[in-house]
Design a binder for this molecule. Structure first.
Ligand SMILES: [Zn+2]
Length: 318
């Protein structure tokens, strides 16, 4: 098989972090992420690299009324009601993108859609948590319907999904197929990366994943043929591209080296390698983060010339 590089980005602004961060503690990273998006798009275009942008449906809304207008009638029934954003939308969100750039992003969605080779995918309507107690598959289905409706009215149809926090069970995947989705980003098939609820994501697990970012704790994370689950292709993740860390610059250096070595392994074996991150991961220390990205893209261009490695979106791989 021809080796392939898949890149996916979870585009969410504050919607992906609002349960554990505040505008004060993290708003600067999210605003920085807004600036990083055009920079990434420019680099992807220059290198003819395709990416899949898994976008929170709320970011398609131009106004708060639109956010609520497309909201599902049945809101998610999480036991921890804080996880559902709708109460906050009614009481805490600004009127539009100009007033509240942390929660609105339609201008960026349009920029992504207008850049050649980029795929708009869904990250659910409300940044939905499939493993949090209290939610049901019916709630999830209603959420995906909202995401499809708002994107459809903007002229887009989803073929791929990234589940928030990479949480999903078989029923959620089946539900996606019923909504016409053909690809999802599954987790690497190792103990370290299996889907976990917030509570199960212990310090020990996170520490081991950090270590795996530089040393081969887990075995090779590239793969030859993607698995298919109930008719939906599991374009599973290989690795999270970690943001450059000013406290551990050496760690970051070795991390990028590990990513590049894994890409080369995939290119030599005809494997698929799937790298992912969030735009807001590059929102702080943007210069160093873009340098890391440049390094990865330069490696890809070399592998494309040497081994014919291709850049594909999740939908194309499926
Ligand atoms: Zn997310």
């Amino acid at each position: 098989m021809v080796a392939k590089l898949v890149i996916s980005l979870d585009f969410e602004l504050m919607w992906g972090v609002r349960d554990h961060r505040t505008d004060q503690s993290y708003g600067d990273a999210v605003l920085g992420g807004r600036k990083a998006i055009p920079e990434m798009l420019k680099r992807f275009s220059e290198s003819q690299v395709k990416a899949t942008w898994a976008t929170v449906g709320l970011l398609f809304a131009r106004t708060r009324d639109e956010m609520l207008g497309y909201a599902p009638l049945k809101e998610p029934g999480y036991i921890n009601s804080e996880l559902s954003p709708y109460e906050f939308i009614r009481s805490g969100v600004g009127a539009n993108e100009r007033e509240d750039p942390l929660h609105f992003g339609r201008s960026l969605v349009d920029q992504i859609a207008n850049t050649e080779g980029q795929e708009l995918a869904t990250h659910t309507y409300s940044h939905y948590y499939c493993l949090e107690p209290g939610q049901t598959v019916e709630d999830f289905s209603a959420d995906i319907e909202s995401a499809s409706a708002i994107a459809g009215d903007a002229g887009h149809t989803f073929k791929s999904i990234v589940f928030p926090r990479n949480q999903m069970m078989d029923d959620h995947v089946t539900c996606c197929r019923e909504h016409g989705i053909t690809a999802f980003r599954g987790n690497p098939p190792t103990y370290l990366y299996r889907p976990r609820s917030g509570k199960e994501n212990t310090l020990a697990v996170r520490g081991l994943r950090l270590l795996d970012g530089v040393f081969p704790v887990s075995s090779s994370l590239s793969y030859n043929a993607p698995a298919v689950q109930d008719g939906v292709v599991d374009v599973r993740a290989s690795r999270f591209l970690r943001p450059w860390n000013p406290k551990m610059p050496l760690y970051s250096k070795f991390h990028v080296q590990r990513v590049k070595a894994e890409m080369e392994h995939a290119a030599r074996c005809g494997d698929t390698y799937h790298l992912w991150w969030h735009p807001h991961n590059m929102g702080r220390n943007m210069e160093q983060n873009l340098k890391q990205l440049d390094d990865v893209l330069a490696k890809f261009r070399t592998l494309r010339d040497q081994f014919g490695m291709e850049s594909v979106t999740m939908a194309e791989l499926a």
